[in-house]
Ligand binder design. Structure first.
Ligand code: DHB
Length: 325
């Protein structure tokens, strides 16, 4: 059957043709890489997180795929060309494609002026939205910002003043609901227009049984792939309920198929991002997952994606609806 459900939507003032985009960090640094995403069915182009200076990243090997090719471990350490070059790359991509472009930025913790400069360069390059990355798990010796509510409060205070357009936050997975609610209380004070969650769970280790060796040189890294989906759904749902759907959520984590994407939408995501499946399958994954998601929406009687956002019921609600009494 030809799929009819409409996957286009306006989220936070931006129009998206399709529901699936790349997540920051996978093949999204150079103009050539971003053009590949532009030419695919990804509904936006999300750039690699950039910093004030160019960075080489962590020693290699720093990326590993399991033999099953459904999970990865990475400790890239933010290799990026620095914000000035990234702004040029984004400008070139904006000339090439009409799709929304997300710049991703790690704020500098020492200088408000520098943050202002980085933001201006990325906005002048045409970035439609800036993703403030509070969640990189791989800066050796530095804690993940997301788990320090006061530090994030200060950074978002700076973001409120230096970012003129809407901005998003990219968040680490919370493994504790109360901690997530405390973080949400802090978020309320700021102009956050979108929540992107989850980044890869950090402090993970993979061991190759064949060689009996730890998979990557930095040892610990961020875990991506099918297994992280329940953590993503838990985090999405908790934000969805806390903000009562008022801050749009972009769901990331463990999406391989349209069924996975549909679960993210039911939990409360308005759009989804994929990382590991893009790394493993390549850019064809975007059209495939969009088509599969559209079929799920059709099958369950939704004519558009926005109708399905947050519609997951509790078991009690589900049985009440279908009770014959
Ligand atoms: C890296 C990983 C992340 O998850 C992130 O948000 C930013 C950078 C990295 O190791 O390069």
């Amino acid at each position: 059957m030809l799929s009819m459900a409409n996957l286009s939507s306006v989220v936070g003032g931006l129009r998206f043709e399709g529901a699936v985009m790349n997540t920051s960090g996978v093949k999204d640094t150079t103009v050539e890489e971003m053009k590949v995403i532009a030419d695919s069915a990804s509904c936006a182009i999300v750039a690699k997180t950039t910093t004030s200076e160019a960075k080489e990243g962590n020693p290699k090997p720093r990326y590993y795929e399991t033999p099953e090719r459904d999970s990865t471990l990475n400790s890239m350490g933010l290799p990026n060309p620095g914000y000035e070059k990234m702004a040029k790359n984004i400008q070139a991509v904006k000339r090439y494609s009409k799709k929304p472009v997300f710049a991703s930025l790690r704020f500098d913790l020492t200088s408000v002026d520098l943050n202002q400069k980085m933001v201006s360069a990325l906005e002048n390059a045409g970035s439609d939205i800036i993703e403030v990355n509070l969640s990189t798990p791989n800066l050796l010796g530095k804690p993940q910002l997301c788990y320090d509510v006061d530090a994030c409060d200060r950074i978002l205070g700076v973001a409120d003043s230096v970012i003129s357009r809407a901005y998003a936050v990219k968040l680490s997975p919370f493994l504790d609901g109360t901690q997530q609610d405390l973080f949400s209380e802090m978020l309320k004070k700021h102009r956050v227009a979108k929540i992107v969650t989850i980044n890869s769970p950090g402090n993970a280790l993979m061991i190759d049984a064949d060689t009996q060796s730890i998979a990557i040189k930095p040892k610990w890294g961020g875990y991506g792939g099918k297994g992280i989906k329940p953590i993503a759904l838990g985090n999405i749902r908790r934000f969805y309920e806390f903000f009562q759907g008022k801050i749009p959520i972009i769901g990331v984590g463990g999406i391989w198929t349209g069924r996975d994407a549909f679960e993210h939408v039911l939990a409360g995501a308005s759009l989804v991002e994929v990382g590991t499946v893009f790394a493993v399958e390549g850019p064809a994954c975007f059209a495939r997952i969009n088509a599969e998601l559209s079929q799920w929406l059709d099958r369950k009687g939704y004519s558009s994606i926005s109708e399905a956002v947050g519609q997951a019921k509790t078991p009690q609600e589900h049985f009440k609806r279908f009770s014959i009494e």
